[in-house]
Design a protein around this ligand. Structure first.
Ligand code: DAH
Length: 339
């Protein structure tokens, strides 16, 4: 009898199971009401006295071994279930990291940079807090020049020499002061003007300045470059240059692109004309070249400047410029799919 119990102990120790049902059957076999252990305990009274001690110890050992086994099998089944839950389905999406979106200003700025970099323009930057020389005087806008009124300026504290730049043209001055021709550079950046905030204008916005200086640069080169640009950015190659005035260029022009009049939005955007004004440009005034240390007898060049915000509004049909600086996620998330 004792021998049989010892064999059961061995059997229990070696038992394994991978599912709940087998563990339960095993438990019933040994520990159930009509299980083997109860049979052995019932047998106890028939065991001769001298064997009682050893017999009792053996069935207790069998009971403990069976209890431990059931317990450890339950635990390992639970662990397995957890593992399957976490790693079982390999087609599940990975960590739910939300995709960010580029700001529409960055989207348009990057596209402009990319288009000009293809024809050899590099990118240059300058400070947003400027001095009078770089923002005005060097650009042919000496003190008391009436054209200074074209751009309402924020001065820093009471020092009239320190101001928030009103245009990125200040960067072309800095670039020419530090580089000799040939120069091909574009300068994107933020600019500030003391203007009332409305759906169409803001007290800060973004511009891209372009500058090309070399020998024999002509107005035809300017027009060709701008035509390449509008074709690449808008898919529209029809442009016109209207005579205009900027102190730093002579002659100066305003550039319109023919947008077309196919839809009602086209009518609204172009006020029924089909034409959209997109930038100012001109041949760099020889005075500006001289101010920046470039020989104006040897070199000539063109410059242009455009507002990034305005182009972003056009391209993405945004109706209010204030949306660009309010950081409203409901607005910004709409640009997720745009690179
Ligand atoms: N700086 C001008 C503005 O802010 C834009 C501009 C016009 C820049 C003509 C230029 C240019 O370089 O040639 O209104």
């Amino acid at each position: 009898m004792i021998k049989t119990i010892k064999e059961h102990i061995l059997e229990v120790e070696n038992f394994t199971a991978n599912d709940k049902e087998s563990v339960e059957a095993f438990r019933i076999k040994y520990l159930g009401k009509k299980g083997l252990l109860n049979d052995f305990f019932a047998e106890f009274k028939n065991v001769p006295n001298e064997q009682k001690k050893e017999f009792g110890q053996s069935i207790n050992q069998l009971k403990q071994t069976a209890l431990n086994k059931v317990d450890s099998l339950h635990k390992s089944l639970e662990n397995n279930a957890e593992q399957v839950g976490v790693f079982g389905d390999l087609t599940r999406p990975g960590n739910p990291i939300e995709l960010g979106a580029r700001h529409p200003i960055s989207i348009v700025k990057n596209r402009i940079i990319e288009i000009f970099s293809r024809i050899g323009f590099n990118v240059s930057e300058g400070p947003e807090i400027e001095d009078d020389w770089h923002n005005f005087t060097a650009l042919n806008l000496p003190e008391y020049h009436p054209a200074r009124d074209m751009q309402d300026t924020f001065f820093v504290q009471t020092d009239p020499d320190v101001l928030l730049r009103t245009h990125t043209s200040s960067v072309q001055v800095r670039y020419m002061e530090n580089n000799q021709p040939p120069i091909r550079t574009i300068s994107p950046g933020r600019v500030y003007r003391n203007e009332a905030i409305s759906a169409r204008s803001h007290c800060f916005f973004h511009q891209v300045e372009g500058l090309y200086i070399d020998k024999d640069v002509s107005f035809a080169d300017l027009k060709q470059t701008l035509q390449y640009f509008t074709t690449e950015l808008f898919g529209k190659s029809k442009i016109r240059l209207r005579p205009s005035y900027f102190p730093f260029t002579e002659p100066s022009a305003e550039v319109d692109v023919y947008w077309g009049l196919e839809t009602e939005t086209d009518y609204k955007m172009t006020k029924g004309t089909g034409w959209l004004e997109i930038m100012g440009c001109g041949m760099v005034d020889p005075n500006v070249l001289k101010n920046c240390g470039i020989d104006s007898d040897e070199y000539s060049g063109f410059a242009f400047g455009m507002g990034i915000d305005r182009i972003a509004l056009l391209l993405h049909q945004i109706s209010d410029i204030r949306l660009l600086s309010e950081n409203d996620l409901r607005f910004l998330e709409q640009f997720r799919s745009v690179l």
